[in-house]
Design a protein around this ligand. Structure first.
Ligand SMILES: [Zn+2]
Length: 201
């Protein structure tokens, strides 16, 4: 709709940045918001602002946490520090928690290693991981990575990096079809994938 008021156009263009939201859906959302009460729209506006103002990443594991609060995923009292799970998406730790099959630590990568695009994983992130492995009593690292070419390349990279350090390296396999992103899987599938993880040799 080219004749929309500018204020609605701004909303539509913001909604369109969300995945799976096309022009028509974005326009419908914009009109719906106009029908909301002032209180409802202010609550939404504050919730959106808080994503940037009140959330941060943990300095150790890079998981999302409330700013100023300690990271629940790094709590030495409640987490098993002998096992650490490497994921490549900020959402994955929350999905894995849903499966209730894992109580260890996490480490979130900023991206997967991509040999074709010559995209490396930031060395700061890798150095931080190695620093954690030196300080913590980690015996096993689980690679919860996509079963794509990039996921495979990243798994190989960590296998070569970590095995000489005497850490057992395993990877989710069971129940995850080839070419899949793990964040599309339900908790039951992730539970099976964690229970049936395979040692990389
Ligand atoms: Zn943390």
């Amino acid at each position: 709709m080219r004749i929309l008021p500018k204020t609605l156009k701004n909303l539509v263009s913001s909604f369109r940045k969300l995945s799976s939201v096309g022009q028509k859906t974005a326009e419908r959302y914009a009109f719906e918001l106009f029908e909301w009460s002032t209180q409802e729209t202010e609550f939404l506006a504050e919730a959106v602002r808080a994503v940037k103002n009140k959330l941060t990443r943990c300095d150790a594991c890079s998981c999302i946490k409330e700013a100023g609060a300690s990271c629940p995923f790094c709590d030495p009292v409640t987490r098993n520090e002998e096992i650490l799970c490497i994921v490549s998406h900020i959402k994955d730790p929350f999905l894995i928690e849903e499966s209730r099959a894992f109580k260890g630590l996490y480490h979130v990568l900023p991206n997967l290693f991509s040999p074709f695009e010559e995209k490396d994983i930031a060395s700061e992130n890798i150095q931080r991981l190695l620093g954690r492995l030196e300080k913590l009593p980690v015996k096993e690292v689980i690679l919860a990575l996509d079963t794509t070419l990039e996921g495979d390349a990243t798994a190989l990279y960590f296998q070569n990096l970590l095995r000489p350090r005497g850490v057992k390296v395993t990877r989710l396999a069971y129940g995850i079809p080839i070419g899949s992103n793990i964040h599309y899987f339900d908790s039951q599938t992730l539970h099976q994938a964690l229970s049936g993880r395979q040692v990389l040799t």
